[in-house]
Ligand binder design. Structure first.
Ligand code: NG1
Ligand code: ZN
Length: 554
């Protein structure tokens, strides 16, 4: 039961600053940490209602991801490890913005609207990133949960995807895995023996969690961690967002030429790869390159095992035009474009047996439908049976496969080609299983990295060969400050402006001036700006097209 007197008393410790209005956006609430205490407390309250309504464990993550260290934020995780249902975003916004004296009535209104049984038990799990403000703010969440009689488990420091994993495990009675960090590491590392490489951890949680994973690789983890938070500031001149937007290496990493490196963001749900060639040129392999690598690999596997599993790739308008073309024309997979924000991509990807989705900035994963999962596990079982029928040969293949998932010994495609048909079949099914068991339902930098490393090893590809699959069209992104960004509204997955009148025509006229060109504008969902994107046949053209379009926005 809820003790409303206690609520009133406790909420006095988490007073809302007068007049402050915040919106539950694409990434939850996000702003300067000092303005968030009341929001945290109230999200604790809301998590209790959501838990009672769904009769499940709900997650609350305290992080501002790639944003500066001084910022913070909070988002709720739904029972299946997914983002909070869109209909609840509105309740979150209402609750966060209620003036203190109305808090109780607003809370009651929401309970009524969503038909919560107030006698139901509530359970909430909490995680936080390494920001200095995060510990205190997560205490405020706990305060909100307990004042309504909810039970809490505080996991302390976690990556965002780890919290999603915990929530999912707890709501599927441990069938998926154990709801502990050990369970997470075990699940992810099962198919791997060794991991090497260079990782920029954005001075955030990724370094800590990757370090904890070390004992789970029998041959060791020889990953060099840079920006591990021991000296530098979170996301400051480092991390996936810095590398993607500045198209240059983070500070604090020593890049040897042609060596592959990757960067995480502040809560380790984004990843990009890069390297420096012998001439010192920087090459970025972003979310589009990752989507291409993984989906072409999956497409090959599916063809090899001769199953009719449909694969679809989901991108946003920010996907480089070359990647879309390569996917459609060379890999021959259908490509769909949705609005920006993982929730939109995720939703679309659920329509396929195997749905690959990545934002250009490195958020993404692969989703396997229940049917696809059952099919793959069935095939793997049949393979095991064949093996037990004295198929010594196949056993060797499986051993071999275990070797190929040892990331130090990539198997060349030539070698794969030399194998007998029966042998490759085993390898392909096993490879699918590895991907199936390593990928997380929400984009996860650690699990994406393992999968990318496995694919590179299995295909015997260097980062240069991967990069050479296609050449990015030169592009430019700009931010434009306007009085009210909401005067711009868009359609067609944000690629066409509908308001204000005349703007789309102006963009069309500018685009016509350049070759291989494309441009669009949209109001950001996370910052008070309008974003401009342009691509064209040369960097000069992309730059000037972006500039001209940004002038048209004023
Ligand atoms: P906005 O600010 O709506 O463009 C940004 C990213 C999204 C996504 C969200 C955070 C770009 C162009 N936009 O959204 O892809 O990562 O932040 O969820 O990178
Ligand atoms: Zn993030």
């Amino acid at each position: 039961d809820m003790d409303l007197d206690a609520l009133t008393k406790r909420s006095a410790f988490h007073a809302k600053p007068d007049g402050l209005i915040l919106q539950y956006g694409t990434a939850g609430f996000r702003t300067k940490a000092e303005h968030l205490d009341h929001v945290m407390f109230r999200m604790g309250l809301l998590a209790v209602l959501r838990s009672k309504q769904t009769k499940s464990t709900i997650g609350v993550m305290v992080t501002a991801s790639h944003n500066p260290e001084e910022d913070n934020g909070v988002k709720l995780v739904d029972p299946l490890g997914e983002m909070l249902a869109p209909s609840w975003e509105e309740h979150a916004t209402c609750l966060a913005n209620a003036e203190d004296q109305n808090l109780q009535s607003v809370l009651m209104d929401i309970s009524e609207k969503v038909a919560v049984n107030l006698h139901q038990d509530a359970f909430v799990v909490i995680g936080r990133d390494t920001r200095p403000s995060s510990e205190k703010l997560s205490q405020s969440v706990i305060d909100g949960v307990t004042v309504l009689g909810g039970q809490v488990h505080d996991y302390g420091l976690l990556t965002t995807p780890q919290l999603h994993y915990m929530v999912y495990c707890r709501n599927t009675s441990g069938q998926y895995g154990e709801a502990t960090t050990e369970g997470y590491y075990e699940k992810l590392s099962k198919a791997f023996v060794e991991l090497t490489g260079q990782v920029d951890c954005a001075n955030g949680i990724g370094a800590l969690k990757l370090g904890e994973m070390k004992p789970y690789f029998s041959q060791g983890l020889s990953v060099q961690l840079f920006n591990d938070g021991s000296g530098g500031k979170l996301n400051y001149f480092c991390g996936a967002d810095f590398v993607k937007t500045h198209q240059k290496p983070p500070q604090g990493i020593e890049m040897k030429s042609n060596e592959r490196c990757c960067s995480f963001d502040g809560d380790a749900d984004r990843i990009v790869y890069y390297y420096q060639d012998v001439d010192g040129h920087f090459h970025l392999l972003d979310g589009d390159k990752i989507a291409t690598l993984i989906s072409s690999f999956l497409k090959e596997l599916v063809l090899e095992i001769g199953e009719s599993l449909n694969i679809g790739v989901v991108q946003t308008a920010y996907a480089n035009g070359s990647s879309t073309r390569y996917l459609e024309e060379v890999v021959k997979v259908p490509v769909y474009c949705t609005k920006t924000g993982v929730k939109h991509l995720h939703h679309k990807a659920q329509e396929f047996d195997i749905g690959v989705y990545f934002e250009a900035n490195g958020h993404g994963t692969v989703l396997f439908s229940k049917a696809a999962e059952t099919k793959i596990k069935q095939l793997a079982k049949e393979l095991e049976d064949k093996k037990s029928k004295a198929a010594k040969m196949l056993e060797n293949v499986i051993d071999l496969f275990n070797q190929c998932s040892c990331l130090l010994t990539p198997v060349s495609s030539a070698e794969l080609g030399r194998r007998q048909p029966g042998q490759t079949e085993g390898i392909h099914i096993q490879a699918l299983l590895v991907l199936l068991s390593s990928l997380q339902a929400t984009g996860d930098a650690i699990s994406d990295m393992l999968v990318i490393e496995a694919v590179l090893a299995l295909k015997g590809l260097t980062i240069q060969q991967w990069d050479a699959l296609y050449t990015d069209l030169p592009n430019r992104q700009l931010k434009v400050k306007v009085a009210d960004r909401q005067v711009i509204s868009t359609t067609d997955a944000e690629r066409q402006v509908v308001k204000p009148p005349g703007l789309q025509e102006a963009i069309n006229d500018l685009v016509k001036k350049y070759k291989l060109s494309r441009a669009f504008v949209r109001p950001s969902g996370t910052e008070d700006i309008v974003r401009v994107y342009a691509e064209a046949d040369s960097q000069e053209s992309a730059d000037s097209l972006a500039y001209e379009v940004s002038l048209a926005v004023f």
